[in-house]
Design a protein around this ligand. Sequence first.
Ligand SMILES: *[C@@H]1O[C@H](CO)[C@@H](O)[C@H](O)[C@H]1NC(C)=O
Ligand SMILES: *[C@@H]1O[C@H](CO)[C@@H](O)[C@H](O)[C@H]1NC(C)=O
Ligand SMILES: *[C@@H]1O[C@H](CO)[C@@H](O)[C@H](O)[C@H]1NC(C)=O
Length: 389
Amino acid sequence: MKRNIRHLFSIILFLMVIVGLLSFRLSLKYGSIQLKNETPFVEIAKFRVINETLLKYASIDVGEAKLKKEIEELLEGNFGNSGRQRSFLSSGRYRIDVRAKSARGLPVRPRSPEFYKLWLSFRRLLQDWFRNRRFDQPDVMLDLKSLVKDLMDKNGGETKGLGRKYKSCAVVGNSGILLKSENGKLIDSHEVVIRLNNARTGNFERSVGKKTSISFVNSNVLHFCARRDGCFCHPYGANVPIVMYICQPAHFFDYLVCNTSHKAPLIVTDARFDVLCARVVKYYSLKQFVEITGKDVEEWGPVHDGANFHYSSGMQAVMLAVGVCDNVSIFGFGKSAGTKHHYHTNQKTELSLHDYEAEYDFYRDLVARPKVIPFISDKFKFPPVTIYQ
Ligand SMILES: *[C@@H]1O[C@H](CO)[C@@H](O)[C@H](O)[C@H]1NC(C)=O
Ligand SMILES: *[C@@H]1O[C@H](CO)[C@@H](O)[C@H](O)[C@H]1NC(C)=O
Ligand SMILES: *[C@@H]1O[C@H](CO)[C@@H](O)[C@H](O)[C@H]1NC(C)=O
């Protein structure tokens, strides 16, 4: 009897080792994209659709070395005289643009105790952020509700929504196509309306609506706000939470200065979420590049300024909505002949560091076949997405 049981155990053990080895081989094979998952066959079926060469290229962040150097310099306090930091730090060590105001409205003086405190917080934030900049599996989409929504519910005092996602969200892009229709009321009928980069709504309300629940900005926007009294950065009202992604690490300074004065939550996107968005957009950009030009994938970098290539604010706002809402409507994305680039400005040209065509391709997949979107785990349930044009 005992012998039989021991025999049975060794068979089970043997089977476990085999299964373990198999899944190990699988995860080696699909190294950068393997997700812990009980249904490997679904995963494999999915990979047949997704081109692995493009996946591999999309996973390489060519700007990483540059960013690392920039962060090291910032951490050393070595701002130098060069380039990008100049607008908020004037020449020499520890010098800050005197237009950057502290919460109490006083200019932040270099070498004051107040500055020193800010400096220490800045270093800590920057280090934590950089350490967190990686691709995580299962992906961060599963955590967006707790990372962003719950934080807003708690701090914004609006606890009624705790425990569930938003029922419906409208993401309002800034494309001139918005002015072609009068969707203002439809936009405002969503539980949550997300607007981008502080585009104003006044004069355009029939087309763009007037309700704003979340203001999504890139850190350049906050950087300009930081020069104003009390860091004024809320054209939609002081109680609207701001979600911001960091496009230059030096902007953590603006974040710290502004965070104390902003009543509603001011949330920096999780660095893992940034990495995920970057990979998804790069995948679509690579895919279009090889399909349209017929060129080798290696040639994508020089054409798209690989090191500076970046997703647009709109793309990340849509991803955020996909993570925290049960139903997503997209307005004001895309273009058509005779419309302006932005509904609220006269900007003529698109920024070359974005690939809008690739992003539109991504939105179309979000609507029609979200399962083929790479880097997002099968555990994540996509909400229905509708594009209004
Ligand atoms: C994947 O993309 C690469 C680069 O464009 C291409 O050479 C290859 O044929 C594609 N593979 C499949 C299976 O479509
Ligand atoms: C999503 O919400 C909007 C606004 O409430 C509504 O018009 C639309 O029918 C909803 N879509 C789905 C698929 O539930
Ligand atoms: C930003 O402000 C909020 C609310 O006052 C606070 O809880 C949070 O700790 C602040 N963040 C940093 C990094 O100081």
